[in-house]
Design a protein around this ligand. Structure first.
Ligand code: CA
Length: 480
């Protein structure tokens, strides 16, 4: 009997062992979290690609003729192009603060470009604020920033403390593109804007010497990140500093645009082309790993083109970067999410970069609720046609130092205040902002101005001195 039992035991032993090993794998998978964090439809990957100072009409999908952008255009042709896509501010730093919090940056006193001051924890995005990548992290996402931060250089304000699992890039408002120019090893030893453009890259907390042209380096890192994280949900914030100044391009791409006679425009074109090449590499990598249908890809510029500073163009829009005319705040903007939103569609109602956080909050399961109410709207129901009407009754802007405001209605009426002057434009008929209707529409003017004052009452004063007040800042520190 004992022998029989042993024989039986021997005969059942292999299956028990297999079961045990299977259970062990399941258990360790559970412990490592990868079971919880596998790719799934209710936790799509998110790729947010931001160009810097790219003009409204400098992509093919907005009619650009002299700079081919076939890869950026693919996002629009396989998704939705926003004709009236806005950013929440007309310069880099506050625009990014608003986009990543999903809140009007003026609510927390952020309406100036930060100075590069690594020993001042108040020079940047307040730690009271929450960035949406931090919520994605809590939902099991691997999150990365590749490229430009520009939300504060103090170590307490760095990306790794604000919701990013990884980071490769730089802290300031721009950077030299050619690796030979990056001669300062430690980014924490610099306290001028000019110096901040010449530092090595940060790989997490470590300085790293870059050997590629910067735009290509960031694209390389994006390809690597997607490859390393293809089995779990990820958020890739690819923040190119191109085509922001300094105007520097690679020889092969300059050669490609030799037919453009103006040297500034030629270099700018070569820089935009490098961004487009990078977008192509990102889309190819998503295809290669079978991730395209479960990945939301968003592309936009952080503000309008600054025109003569970098050779950008805003088409027929009035104004440029820094102003609250359309040319400062209306940007190339497109989103692709195959199978979830339609392809090849143009969406005309005003949308905002503030909507990115709200859209992600509504589409990704397993996130905690936002710490503060978001100012944006989930755009997906509007893009699928489930929600009719306009995503926003009103959108607002304030540029404190210029004493400027904008109130934009869902059907594209625009109140613009600049100092003591008030204008009213009907952008649906006059997107060039040439016909001031203020005198004809006193009731609408009064209504919009009341909305402006209600919104303004919720805002803080600017929390720090910015790029335009550098001397004042230095003096104030010397007094302390
Ligand atoms: Ca910018």
């Amino acid at each position: 009997m004992t022998q029989n039992f042993l024989q039986r035991f021997r005969t059942v032993r292999p299956p028990v062992s297999v079961l045990f090993q299977f259970a062990l794998v399941l258990y360790s998978t559970f412990l490592s979290g990868s079971f919880l964090h596998a790719q799934s439809a209710d936790r799509p990957n998110i790729v947010l690609i931001v160009a810097d100072d790219l003009g409204y009409s400098d992509v093919g999908f907005n009619g650009c003729q002299d700079i081919p952008t076939p890869n950026i255009d693919r996002i629009a042709s396989q998704g939705v192009r926003f004709d009236a896509g806005y950013v929440c501010f007309s310069v880099c730093s506050p625009s990014r603060a608003g986009m990543l919090t999903g809140r009007y940056p003026q609510r927390f006193g952020y309406e100036r470009n930060v100075l590069y001051i690594p020993d001042d924890p108040a020079m940047g995005l307040s730690k009271e604020e929450e960035l949406f990548p931090a919520r994605l992290q809590q939902a099991g996402y691997r999150t990365t920033l590749l490229g430009k931060w520009h939300l504060g250089a103090h170590p307490e304000l760095h990306p790794l403390k604000r919701g990013f699992s990884e980071w490769y890039g730089f802290l300031g408002g721009g950077h030299q593109f050619h690796p030979d120019s990056l001669r300062i090893k430690d980014p924490m030893q610099v306290n001028t804007e000019e110096g901040s453009y010449r530092t090595w890259m940060n790989r997490g907390l470590e300085p790293e010497k870059e050997t590629d042209y910067l735009t290509d380096a960031l694209s390389r890192e994006a390809v690597s990140f997607i490859g390393r994280n293809s089995k779990q949900p990820f958020f890739l914030y690819l923040a190119y500093n191109a085509p922001h100044t300094p105007l520097q391009a690679t020889a092969d791409r300059l050669e490609k645009f030799k037919q453009i006679p103006d040297k500034q425009r030629r270099t700018y074109a070569a820089m935009v082309s490098a961004v487009d090449d990078g977008v192509g590499r990102v889309l190819e990598t998503l295809d290669k790993h079978g991730l395209a249908s479960n990945t939301m890809v968003i592309f936009l510029s952080d503000n309008g083109g600054p025109l003569h500073h970098n050779g950008s163009r805003n088409g027929d829009l009035r104004g440029m970067k820094g102003t609250l005319f359309e040319g400062g705040i209306r940007v190339p903007f497109a989103i692709r999410w195959p199978g979830r939103i339609p392809a090849g569609v143009q969406y005309d109602k005003p949308v905002s970069s503030l909507d990115i956080a709200a859209t992600i909050a509504a589409q990704v399961s397993g996130q905690p609720a936002p710490k503060f109410p978001l100012d944006g709207t989930d755009l997906i129901p509007f893009l699928t046609g489930k929600s009719k009407g306009a995503p926003h009754k009103y959108l607002f802007w304030r540029h404190y130092d210029q004493k400027s405001y904008v109130v934009l209605t869902g059907d594209h009426q625009k109140l613009l205040k600049r100092g003591d002057s008030t204008y009213l434009f009907d952008l649906a008929a006059d997107r060039r902002e040439t016909i001031d209707l203020a005198a004809n529409e006193p009731r609408l003017l009064k209504l919009l101005d009341r909305e402006r004052l209600n919104w303004d009452a919720q805002l803080k004063l600017p929390a720090f001195l910015g790029l335009s007040q550098r001397d004042e800042y230095i003096r104030s520190r010397q007094r302390k």
